[in-house]
Structures are given as structure tokens and as C-alpha cells.
Design a protein around this ligand. Structure first.
Ligand SMILES: C[S@@+](CC[C@H](N)C(=O)[O-])C[C@H]1O[C@@H](n2cnc3c(N)ncnc32)[C@H](O)[C@@H]1O
Length: 272
């Protein structure tokens, strides 16, 4: 809990629409989130386990405008907003976000694997879109990166959530758009990848690089998983990806330039 009376470094199991309303105006430094895309998604990937569960608010997008209004209200001025989406829902999110924010880019995340879907009748989807928007004006940290981000996806056999995002990708975005001690909000946190990315920055760079997080997730199963799982699962991904990349680079290393080698320490958790 922060001294300002609202929670920080907490993963709250609750409805983000209600939780956002409880937050004061202009208290958050970055919103980085991967909302339901409104496509009633069910992964058909074969894994050693049963199918991963569907999630809430994924059947229609009538909530988007009200949610964007709340996100805008809780963000400080001169701050950034990243929102994952995909090609067929991009217009809904773009139109809603651009009512309140200046949309600066559509980032393309190129994955090492591709989705399933219509195997014979469509191209294999190998990217996701991230709307990058700004409330006021803020410069990005570091060098000027490309709007195409290459980062390996979480292997499906290791996922606890069908749309789980790689910590490394989120970590790079957080570092581009926040300074130490700032607060990152993810209202649709799933398995807590955004929180793990904040913890990761501190872990790899030290105390002077701390980022705070605040996560909301409706489904207790995902939230409990995040608290139990720690970082070990994704560090295995980082190790695997690094070895593969060293052997035969396939793409220009845009955001991969800062790749790091995770230590195999499966004990770390969000500390809640
Ligand atoms: C696309 S997933 C996010 C996955 C996440 N990026 C990860 O890496 O695990 C969207 C999540 O939003 C959650 N959700 C849907 N409606 C919600 C609501 N009203 N409040 C909080 N979470 C919600 C779903 O349960 C789902 O886990």
C-alpha cells in the first residue's frame, strides 16, 4: 500500500471496471495492458494439459469506451499507454483510444511461433499489434527503436493463460516509457506478466531501477497462478531463445539488443 492511500505492488483479484473507479485521478505513470480482444478466444493448441480456460469480457467490446475513459482519468499527464490488440479489433480500440489520447504508433510484435486458426485458408498469424498512445507528451527513453518488436512468445506448453505475454517484451516497453519508482498499471493482468516484468527490471538492474506495479485480474485462478509460479517458467524461455538466436539469427535484432541471461531461480514471486 502506498502512502497516497491506494495500493501499489499488489495483484488484486477484482473487476477492473470497479477497481479503476476507486483509484484517484492522475496516480499512474504507465498503463500497459492486454485486454480481451472481443473474439471469444479459445486456444486450440495441443499441450500436455487440458485446454486453457476462456476468459471474461471476451464476447463483446461494449465496455471499451468507458474503460478508456477511466484509464485516461487515472493516468498522470505526459504519460504513455500501450494496449495490445489484433487486426480485426484494431478499429474498435483505435477509435476509442484516439478519443482521449494521441495515438503515436501501432507497434508490431513479431513472434517466433504462429497462431493456428484456418490452417489452409489463411496466412499463419505471426504478429500482434500494440497501440502506443500518449496522454500529453513524453519522450521515449534510450535509443530510437523500430516499431517492429521481435520477441519469442511463451511456449504453449509453458502457458497458464492462453494469451500469456512474454515478460521480456513487456519489460522493454516499461523501460522505454517509465523512470525508476514510477507506477505501472495493468487492469487486465491475466497471469501477472506485467508485474513480473517490473520485478524483473529491479532484479536485473538493481535498486535504483525499481518500477512499481498495480494489477487487476477478475479470474482468481490466474491471479493465484501468478503468485505461485514465480519467474522460473519464463526464464527457461529466455535461455532457450538466447541459445537459438546465437546459433542462427533470423531477424534484425531490434529490441533484442538488451537481451539478458536469466538466472535459474524459480523461487522468486511477486511477494504478495
Ligand atoms: C488477454 S488476457 C491477459 C493475459 C496477460 N497479458 C498475461 O500475460 O497473462 C485478459 C485478461 O483480462 C481478464 N479480465 C476480463 N475482464 C476483466 C475485468 N473486468 N477485470 C479484470 N480482469 C478482467 C481476463 O480474465 C483475462 O485473464
Amino acid at each position: 500500500m502506498s502512502t497516497s492511500g491506494f495500493p501499489i505492488n499488489e495483484f488484486i483479484c477484482g473487476d477492473c471496471f470497479a477497481e479503476l473507479e476507486r483509484l484517484p485521478d492522475e496516480c499512474v505513470d504507465l498503463v500497459l495492458t492486454d485486454p480481451p480482444y472481443g473474439i471469444d478466444y479459445q486456444s486450440n493448441r495441443r499441450t500436455a494439459r487440458e485446454k486453457l480456460p476462456k476468459f471474461a469480457n471476451d464476447c463483446d467490446l461494449s465496455w471499451v469506451d468507458g474503460w478508456v475513459d477511466q484509464v485516461h482519468r487515472v493516468m498522470k499527464n505526459d504519460r504513455h499507454f500501450y494496449c495490445f490488440t489484433r487486426f480485426d479489433m484494431y478499429p474498435v480500440f483505435y477509435n476509442s483510444i484516439s478519443r482521449k489520447f494521441k495515438v503515436k504508433n501501432c507497434l508490431i510484435w513479431v513472434k517466433n511461433n504462429h497462431g493456428s486458426g484456418d490452417l489452409n485458408g489463411s496466412f499463419a498469424p505471426q504478429h500482434e499489434m500494440i497501440i502506443f498512445a500518449s496522454k500529453g507528451r513524453r519522450d521515449l527513453n534510450g535509443l530510437r527503436d523500430s516499431d517492429v518488436l521481435e520477441c519469442d512468445n511463451v511456449p504453449s506448453a509453458m502457458r497458464a493463460h492462453s494469451t500469456q505475454k512474454p515478460i521480456e517484451l513487456l519489460r522493454q516497453l516499461i523501460e522505454k516509457s517509465t523512470d525508476p519508482d514510477e507506477l505501472v498499471l495493468d487492469p487486465f493482468a491475466g497471469t501477472g506478466s506485467t508485474g513480473f516484468a517490473c520485478v524483473d527490471i529491479h532484479r536485473h538492474k538493481g535498486d535504483k531501477h525499481t518500477r512499481n506495479y498495480l494489477l487487476f485480474e477478475l479470474n482468481r485462478e490466474f491471479r493465484d497462478y501468478a503468485i505461485r509460479a514465480g519467474l522460473g517458467r519464463q526464464e527457461m524461455l529466455i535461455e532457450t531463445a538466447k541459445i537459438k538466436f546465437e546459433t542462427k539469427p533470423k531477424h534484425r535484432p531490434t529490441l533484442r539488443t538488451n537481451r539478458y541471461r536469466g538466472k535459474k531461480d524459480a523461487t522468486m514471486s511477486l511477494g504478495i
